[in-house]
Design a protein around this ligand. Structure first.
Ligand SMILES: Nc1ncnc2c1ncn2[C@@H]1O[C@H](COP(=O)(O)OP(=O)(O)O)[C@@H](O)[C@H]1O
Ligand SMILES: [Mg+2]
Length: 229
């Protein structure tokens, strides 16, 4: 089971929105069964999930302390992908989540102060030695980042080529327990999310292979990395 965390210390940057959209998209793309894991006591994700009345993606609520054993159980239950939504904080709890993730998505609004605020989360990923991917969220028309915010974002780490525009369709879908693609599959945002998932998934697989191949030769798990790849 792959574990993807969505983290950013800045509230309102789009963590819950992105966790929900990527989970639904991943399931639609055949990466499932997918489980959303909420470790944010605010519970915005369960609120969205309750409105869905659908089984997929699954959702569990837990705490950072219980996350490792929950991941173990979910893995044994046959889930292939877990996406963890985190509170807007730089804390021991969020560090613990990042430690268990294969890749960390850091959604960032492309304004000066928000870009600066992302550095706390970026530093946390660096301390835990975890790969991250910054995703610009809430740009104006055109779903492109202007050169200046893009270069500032890129100082923090790799930036996804797909930028999510500010869109009433996103807010509306989230309020209704849906994603944009579930509301209107031809909507431009639906295509952006589909492309973003493709990119994230590709990156996650590459990181996973790199980690597995990094198992030292002659160690306890020698040769393990090559089996089944
Ligand atoms: N690109 C966007 N366009 C429109 N609304 C958005 C967009 N991204 C997030 N939102 C809305 O903004 C609010 C905050 O987003 P949310 O995902 O809850 O942020 P976080 O989890 O980081 O605090 C939510 O109401 C969400 O639906
Ligand atoms: Mg949230």
């Amino acid at each position: 089971m792959r574990v993807l965390a969505v983290a950013s210390q800045k509230g309102g940057s789009g963590k819950t929105m992105l966790a929900a959209h990527l989970a639904v998209q991943a399931a639609a793309a055949g990466a499932g069964p997918v489980v959303l894991i909420d470790v944010d006591p605010q519970g915005a994700l369960p609120e969205w999930w309750d409105k869905r009345g659908r089984e997929s993606p699954a959702l569990i609520r837990t705490t950072p302390e219980r996350l490792a054993s929950d991941i173990q159980t979910l893995r044994q239950s046959g889930f292939c992908l877990a996406i963890v939504d985190t509170p807007s904080a730089v804390s021991q709890g969020v560090a613990g989540v990042i430690r268990l993730a294969g890749l960390v998505i850091v959604p960032t609004r492309p304004e000066g102060e928000a870009i600066h605020a992302a550095t706390g989360t970026v530093d946390l990923c660096a301390r835990e030695g975890k790969p991250l991917l910054i995703v610009g969220n809430g740009t104006g028309a055109g779903a492109v980042l202007a050169p200046e915010p893009l270069s500032r974002l890129a100082q923090n780490g790799p930036v996804a080529p797909h930028v999510i525009p500010q869109s009433a369709a996103i807010a509306e879908a989230m309020r209704g327990g849906r994603t944009v693609a579930e509301q209107a599959s031809a909507h431009p945002v639906a295509h952006i999310i589909a492309d973003l998932w493709h990119y994230v998934s590709d990156r996650m697989e590459r990181n996973f292979r790199r980690t597995v191949f990094a198992v030292p030769r002659g160690g306890v798990a020698a040769g393990f990395g090559r089996r089944g790849l």
